[in-house]
Ligand binder design. Structure first.
Ligand code: FMN
Length: 385
């Protein structure tokens, strides 16, 4: 299929009809097999799911500066590929915290999969399992963790939003670990709910936030941030000692998700984090935060091998994964891509997004002269100034 035919086909598919005139195989709507890269899934999802759901998945905070920068920063990195290396046996399998995966690309925790597809997280979990990789389940999932774990065909990790209080947090961790989740990602970058303006325009603010805004009664000793339009949130009271507490009772490794500076990476390790996830929440919280790929090297340097460093944000290509690994990440997460796959095609869409990224990574490794993950070193890349 050449590019012109592909675009014609895509247009036909998007119109919800058999493919457009000129298509080589008339009468056949474009299928999942016609998706040749992750961006095709974005387009397909946009036309398959409700507008407000698509905006929820794809949007970012305020001006979406950080959202764009997560992508554009990859453009400043180029490879220094090596030639005449035997790359006939490519291996990208990985084991982290006792969990095995066939690729260093995991499903990031994202909320409300039921907005993308009626089968929600159970469908995503089956899709990730079929791709033989790890799925991190969000605290804000549309389905209970027990139900997701029952449907899962592969390993699960759990993402923790603290709240509604210390006891509630502990219970949530116990339920997830009891359901078989092998690690906890404690999200540290969300003390307040952000302004995602696409969601505000679509009137898609989460109901619990609306309720909080409408005013639970404030204790006299609590600061009154409601005058700034900010709800009182348990998460806004948390400091590093809370990470230490969670790491103390979780019974599985606890990673700090949302680290953007070497100083915080140090604090996370000192307070019991078994791993660091360099993340800006996909550009959905503090707009103006730096891209993750640009912060990754200095964080890896500071952590200096004490714990594994993972990252997410803007990964859309196998070459992006390779750049992140060469920058020192042990593995990466993808947030929006599996949701686009889920919204467009359900479980098979999730699997295909992940296996596409895996295939692109294999090709990039082969062409760059690195047959396995251990061979990926910092000198594989150079960063433009
Ligand atoms: C729709 C959506 C919902 C998200 N929900 C959560 C969440 O519940 N908890 C969390 O820690 N991160 C959440 N994230 C952030 C992701 O875990 C991840 O950091 C981010 O999506 C990575 O960027 P990417 O989408 O460019 O791959 C969400 C991201 C998206 C796109």
């Amino acid at each position: 299929m050449n590019r012109r035919e592909h675009l014609q086909g895509l247009a036909g598919f998007l119109a919800g009809s058999p493919v457009a005139a000129g298509w080589q195989d008339p009468g056949r709507a474009l299928s999942i097999g016609d998706m040749i890269n992750v961006f095709d899934f974005d387009t397909a999802c946009r036309h398959r799911v409700a507008r407000d759901a698509y905006d929820y998945i794809s949007g970012g905070a305020e001006d979406e500066f950080t959202l764009r920068r997560n992508r554009s920063a990859f453009g400043r990195i180029t490879f220094r590929p090596r030639m005449l290396v035997d790359v006939s046996r490519l291996d990208m399998s990985i084991e982290l915290f006792g969990t095995e995966s066939e690729m260093p690309v995991f499903v990031a925790p994202t909320g409300s999969h039921g907005r993308a597809h009626p089968e929600g997280e159970p469908a995503t979990a089956r899709g990730a399992g079929a791709a033989k990789t790890i799925m991190a389940v969000s605290s804000s999932s549309s389905f209970p963790i027990e139900q997701i774990a029952k449907a899962a065909t592969g390993p699960l990790w759990f993402q923790l939003y603290a709240g509604p209080d210390a006891e509630g947090t502990r219970e949530r961790v116990a339920r997830a670990v009891g359901s078989g989740c092998k690690a906890v990602l404690f999200t540290v970058d969300a003390p307040y709910f952000p302004h995602r303006e696409r969601d505000l325009r679509n009137r898609l603010i989460r109901p619990e936030v609306q309720r909080e805004l409408a005013g639970r009664r404030r204790r006299p000793d609590e600061p009154d941030n409601t005058r700034y339009g900010l709800p009182q949130r348990f998460t806004a009271t948390l400091t590093w000692s809370f990470l230490r507490q969670v790491a103390g009772y979780a019974k599985v490794p606890v990673l700090a998700k949302g680290i953007l500076t070497p100083a915080d990476a140090n604090l996370a390790v000192e307070n019991g984090a078994a791993g660091i996830v360099v993340s800006n929440h996909g550009g959905r919280y503090l707009d103006g935060a730096p891209s993750t790929i640009e912060m990754l090297p200095s964080i890896v340097e500071t952590v200096n091998g004490r714990v594994p460093v993972l990252m997410d944000g803007g990964i859309r290509r196998g070459t992006d994964v390779l750049k992140a690994l060469a920058s020192g990440a042990r593995a990466v997460f993808v947030g929006r891509p599996p949701l686009w796959g889920l919204g467009a095609f359900g479980t098979p869409g999730v699997t295909r997004v992940l296996t596409l990224l895996q295939a692109e990574l294999a090709l990039a490794m082969g062409l760059a002269g690195v047959p396995n993950l251990a061979a990926i070193k910092r000198d594989l890349i150079a960063v433009d100034r």
